[in-house]
Design a binder for this molecule. Structure first.
Ligand code: TRP
Length: 339
């Protein structure tokens, strides 16, 4: 696709820097792989949303910068090309804050209070007995800030998972409300649902999630991966090699399907037929996973070994992202009667 055709197809997505453990393979297969693919047909803005992480983790910010650098290294190691795409930190493009402020004026309180993730977080906090004081104004405004992240680049779409559907719907509502009040500034961002992403089960059979402690991380060494796979859940009724397996409910078989789409079916047949044991499946999976993850691991380590260079990449990404952000803010201010 020509550069000009690509430029008009802007796509934005973002992730929170959640900590120094970085991303797990659920993030990689469920989101990042799709972003990487989108680079061929669109201009991709890959945001690291550090302000969003402050909506709950505001008290301990010691490791925030480090977490941002790790996330940047992981985006790039997974295949985001920082020359073609904008890899940047939200707080380095201040226009996000200005647009957030202006959108907050036109966002009805009720819309924010009804967002399921806000209700969940509120319940979680009150369950922990932390009281109302830890629910901040910023947390309520989380989806409004997310709307600003998105609309700032007037993108065609946003690649999102199911968990973000409510947030994106709210962004579209805010977008319509803005256009209705001040004229058509923003195209309505579409949700881009991908064919390439896979749902990755965690090692205990639940969804892979940092908070469940059931994840395989991009930062895990080959030995750690081997250990985690060794302890993963398989079919509970398959105690001996000759017992029939149920690959549909076996974590090891499911991971094999994600990482060995061509070859997995034979292993599944053997598992069902009771001619292969879980140990063999685990050994093979470990090898397949480590082969797939090793180049990412290496690139990640390389990038993190030169933080100065990584910071330059991020600064360059922010500078290029800002070009579009500044254009949008000119349109927004004019539409709203500001100068
Ligand atoms: N809420 C998103 C998440 O938790 C992160 C996010 C912030 C985001 N701003 C965004 C995602 C803009 C897509 C677009 O995953």
């Amino acid at each position: 696709m020509s550069e000009t055709a690509k430029a008009s197809k802007r796509i934005l997505s973002g992730m929170q820097p959640t900590g120094t453990s970085g991303l797990h393979i659920g993030n990689l297969e469920g989101a990042l792989r799709n972003w990487v693919r989108l680079q061929d047909e669109s201009t991709l803005y890959c945001c690291i949303v550090d302000w969003h992480s402050l909506t709950t983790r505001y008290a301990d910010t010691q490791q925030l910068w480090e977490a941002c650098l790790i996330l940047a290294a992981e985006y790039i190691a997974a295949g985001i090309d920082p020359k073609r795409s904008m890899v940047f930190i939200q707080s380095q493009v201040k226009e996000h804050a200005e647009l957030h402020l202006l959108l907050s004026m036109i966002t009805p309180l009720g819309w924010l209070e009804r967002v399921p993730t806000f209700k969940e977080k509120r319940e979680l906090i009150s369950d922990k007995g932390e009281g109302d004081e830890s629910i901040s104004y910023g947390l309520l405004g989380y989806p409004c800030l997310q709307s600003a992240d998105i609309l700032l680049y007037r993108p065609l779409g946003v690649p999102v998972g199911k968990d973000q559907a409510a947030h994106l719907e709210l962004s579209r509502e805010i977008c319509r409300r803005f256009n209705h009040l001040y004229g058509p500034v923003f195209p309505e961002p579409k949700s881009i649902i991908s064919e390439v992403t896979a749902v990755v089960p965690g090692l205990d059979g639940r969804k892979m999630s940092k908070s469940y402690g059931n994840a395989i991380y991009l930062s895990d060494s080959a030995d750690v991966v081997a250990d985690k796979v060794k302890n993963a859940f398989t079919t509970t009724t398959k105690l001996r090699k000759t017992d029939p397996g149920v690959p549909e409910t076996c974590v090891v078989c499911q991971l094999r399907r994600v990482y060995d789409p061509e070859g997995y079916s034979t292993s599944w047949d053997e598992d069902r037929a009771g001619i292969r044991g879980c140990m063999q499946s685990k050994k093979e999976l470990t090898e397949i996973l480590n082969t797939a993850l090793e180049p990412i691991r290496q690139r990640r380590a390389e990038l993190l070994s030169d933080k100065g260079e990584l910071e330059n990449i991020l600064k360059d990404g922010a500078d290029r992202a800002r070009e579009t952000a500044v254009e949008t803010m000119d349109l927004v201010r004019k539409a709203m009667g500001l100068r």
